[in-house]
Design a protein around this ligand. Structure first.
Ligand SMILES: *Cc1c(COP(=O)(O)O)cnc(C)c1O
Length: 379
């Protein structure tokens, strides 16, 4: 097996259909049957052959097939791609159909989907405290680590052990620590999800989601459901995402390194900006031993910090020139968000930063300038 960077560029060579070095965008939704080889197949055969012989693009199409070859290789399992991270989470719940979901703080879309399942089908929701009391075989424990918007990690293996002791499965949302930062499989989950809209896509121009499983049958069943849930990514998005994967390792390592340096700069300068800067949250600032083990490839490129007043926080983004004031994360451009705009229940002094691939000294200078202005306004 080749390493990440090589796999990201070559794991789909096996899927070449034309001599083009850059894969074409196949816009067709339908594909000519091979009149010399017409075969009526049952459902199982159709599922097994759908990637090698495209028929209709809601079922499978060449750009998505290539994408799944690369993702299965770099994610070390059987990857199934969806048209958003939310679709991926929904697909997992549809597939496992748990009676109980154990979930705590996680991306708001995951809670919204869980609430739909509760409303329509009576799925029960509990916090992790209640795993020992209520969890049974077939239930799902869902963990997001590192956790948005703080970028802090929690102990995946400990939770996997608690879920497994009751026969439940652990699903981990690893969106904030894609490979090569966190090798989530090392810590015992049963299924991993990612919003590929973020670091896999990396250019803020496509929506996609991924489920990865070690069990080939599960991946085939997920693909079977996906045909009728209608949640395969489109041709163009698949092409864009494939193109993004080619440079993923470089991008993500740079983003992680930049973020860790910026966080260190803020920690080192808390005194200088004593009238503005509040608490800073990032996995690099956690000292529990499991954090370094989980983030062995580098810390998440996402972090948050508080300013001392709501007014400071509200007006901080407008003082920055490089950081764009917008939601989302994972792109090559650095973003900042006054986080209550997305999560009104959070502390109004919280700002979230998604670090991109710009030069880190320029990013630090931009923040320093804004902090100096804010500090001066308090004088
Ligand atoms: C963005 C995000 C999602 C949802 O993904 P979409 O692609 O926007 O549907 C899920 N989990 C986390 C941690 C995210 O950041």
């Amino acid at each position: 097996m080749t390493h990440f960077a090589t796999s990201a560029i070559h794991a789909d060579d096996q899927n070449n259909r034309v001599p083009d070095v850059a894969p074409p965008i196949n816009v067709s939704v339908t594909y000519r049957y091979d009149n010399d080889n017409l075969k009526i197949c049952d459902e199982k055969e159709c599922l097994e052959e759908m990637d090698s012989v495209p028929v209709y693009s809601r079922t499978a199409h060449p750009n998505c097939t290539r994408l799944e070859s690369v993702l299965s290789s770099i994610l070390n399992g059987h990857a199934v791609v969806y048209n958003s991270g939310c679709s991926a989470f929904y697909a997992a719940l549809v597939h496992y159909n748990p009676k109980r979901l154990f979930i705590e703080e996680s991306y708001d879309g995951m809670h919204a989907i869980a609430d739909i399942m509760t409303r329509n089908y009576g799925m029960q929701q509990h916090t992790f405290d209640n795993i020992e009391k209520y969890a049974q075989v077939g239930d799902i424990v869902h963990l997001e680590s590192p956790l948005n918007p703080y970028g802090i990690s929690s102990d995946i293996q400990a939770l996997a052990d608690r879920a497994h002791a009751k026969g439940a499965l652990l699903m981990v949302d690893s969106t904030l620590a894609p490979p090569p930062l966190q090798n989530t499989w090392d810590f015992g989950p049963d299924i991993i999800m990612h919003s590929a809209t973020k670091y896999f896509g990396g250019h803020s121009d496509l929506l996609a989601g991924i489920l990865v499983t070690k069990d080939k049958d599960v991946s085939i069943q997920l693909k079977g459901d996906r045909i009728y849930l209608g949640t395969i990514p489109g041709n163009l998005e698949s092409f864009l995402l494939l193109r993004s994967l080619r440079t993923m390792e470089m991008r993500v390592l740079k983003q992680s390194e930049n973020a860790t340096k910026i966080v260190q700069y803020l920690v080192d300068n808390k005194e200088t900006f004593d009238k503005v800067l509040g608490e800073i949250y990032h996995s690099s600032l956690q000292d529990e031993p499991f954090v370094a083990a989980q983030m062995s490839g580098g810390y998440t490129p996402l972090f948050s910090f508080k300013l001392q007043t709501i007014d400071q926080a509200k007006h901080f983004p407008e003082k920055l020139k490089i950081f764009q004031h917008a939601t989302s994360l994972g792109g090559i451009e650095s973003l900042i968000e006054w986080r209550v705009l997305s999560e009104p229940e959070l502390d109004q002094t919280l700002l979230r930063i998604s670090v991109g691939c710009e030069n880190v000294d320029d990013l630090i200078a931009d923040l320093q300038n804004a902090l100096q202005q804010a500090q001066k306004e308090e004088a």
